[in-house]
Write a protein that binds this ligand. Structure first.
Ligand SMILES: [Fe+2]
Length: 427
């Protein structure tokens, strides 16, 4: 005889979530078994029914609560009886989301009920109750069962008389309560699983971010090393370009490198930031690069230049700007090259810019250029020496040249003992 209850249970509450959970999740992974044991013991004590939680195949997970002697000792005391009990427990707990199952035990013939516990669609356990008599039993059939499993019929009969009797309706109500409770438990378990997965995912993301940060730091270090290499390469290229220009203009051999020495010294003497001093030195090394567009016979012509020839020479500042701009050099190097023949009073070329329109570096570069040129030999005159060169820039201090630059340059030679270093042609 199999009794069934067709109550209106909300199937959505039966934790039939479509969300899958991790493969291999077990009941013991989701709950503290001892906590569940206490709940199960209290449930049995309050309702008067026996109770146990088993695996889907009937293997016990919790210990027996309130089991009657007939089931725990007489029937389960025999091998056949125990096997039949497990088989019955597996059947009664078969996943059913519509409500609790109530049936006659396939082993002892008492009334049993059960609710399945599923997590994320996976059936993980059955919560079973029962071992009660709800009315008259076919005692002759039950005694025949005792003989069938090898139990003593007399002991069986005495133990059967100890089994609690309760109205069928009361047992059904207990089974419904169990069903609701099991569903609630399943829901909590599912939320636990989701939370655990969320935490795992957060940990994964955290470690991924840490890994990416590590990669980023390595990339930044590599980039720093690449930039150093690039700067070294660039410096070599600038040196070579500067010397190509000087090769075409043998009278000014080493001019750019000496201007670079002096301009850097003045920048340091003025206390300009290191990066700016480096930029001025780089610009100085190639400030005459535009002369590459000036015919060699004009560059090397001894004596005075004609007006048209001078116009061609003057174009080298703008030509240099175009060349350096096309090379996409960083910072203000192209503009420094463009401005190196300007003067603070607007008397320079090619644009006649005035003091406030000029870069600080250009004001340094023009002084270094003039001093080096005057101090050195030129096609049209012999070397004048340092003192006449300093006298020339001091004469025009505050007019053509910025006073602070002139003062720094004079201090450099007269007080710091600055001398041009020997420059060796590499080409
Ligand atoms: Fe120049």
């Amino acid at each position: 005889m199999v009794a069934s209850i067709h109550g209106q249970y909300d199937a959505r509450r039966a934790l039939s979530s479509d969300q899958p959970v991790a493969v291999g999740v077990e009941f013991a992974d989701l709950f503290d078994i001892e906590d569940i044991q206490r709940i199960q013991d209290d449930f049995s004590a309050a309702t008067g029914v026996a109770s146990i939680i088993v695996e889907p195949d009937g293997t016990p997970i919790t210990r027996q609560s309130n089991f009657c002697r007939l089931c725990s000792e007489i029937i389960r005391g025999t091998e056949q009886g125990r096997a039949n009990c497990m088989k019955s427990d597996a059947v009664i707990g078969n996943s059913d989301e519509s409500g609790p199952r109530i049936q006659t035990c396939l082993s002892g013939g008492l009334i049993d009920g059960g609710a399945s516990i599923s997590v994320g669609g996976k059936h993980v356990a059955n919560w079973l109750i029962g071992q009660v008599r709800v009315g008259d039993h076919d005692e002759a059939r039950m005694l025949a069962y005792a003989r069938e499993i090898g139990a003593d019929p007399e002991e069986f009969r005495v133990a059967l008389a100890e089994v609690p009797v309760m109205p069928a309706e009361r047992f059904e109500r207990i089974a419904r309560m169990l069903f609701s409770f099991a569903n609630q438990l399943s829901l909590i378990a599912y939320q636990n699983v989701q939370q655990a997965e969320l935490i795992t995912e957060q940990e994964r993301v955290k470690s991924e971010i840490a890994r990416l940060n590590g990669d980023l730091e390595q990339l930044a270090e590599q980039r720093g090393r690449d930039l150093e290499t690039l700067n070294l390469t660039l410096t070599s290229v600038i040196d070579v370009v500067g010397q190509i220009v000087e090769t075409r203009d043998p009278y000014t051999a080493g001019h750019q490198r000496r201007v670079a020495q002096l301009a850097y010294g003045i920048a340091e003497e003025m206390g300009l930031p290191d990066a700016e001093a480096d930029e001025i030195r780089t610009a100085a090394l190639i400030h005459d690069v535009g002369k590459i567009s000036v015919p060699a016979e004009i560059l090397s012509k001894p004596g005075a230049l004609s007006a048209p020839e001078f116009e061609i020479i003057k174009d080298h500042a703008a030509a240099g700007f175009r060349i350096v701009s096309a090379a996409h050099m960083q910072g203000r190097i192209a503009e420094l090259v463009h401005q190196h023949h300007e003067r603070c009073d607007g008397s320079g070329y090619p644009r006649g810019l005035k003091h406030e329109e000029l870069l600080v570096g250009s004001r340094v570069l023009m002084v270094a250029d003039v001093v080096e040129a005057m101090a050195s030999h030129r096609p049209y005159r012999p070397a004048l020496g340092i003192e006449p060169a300093l006298a020339e820039i001091e004469k025009w201090a505050g007019v053509r040249y910025e006073s602070s630059v002139v003062e720094a340059c004079a201090r450099l030679f007269r007080e710091r003992g600055f001398v041009f270093s020997e420059v060796e042609p590499i080409l």
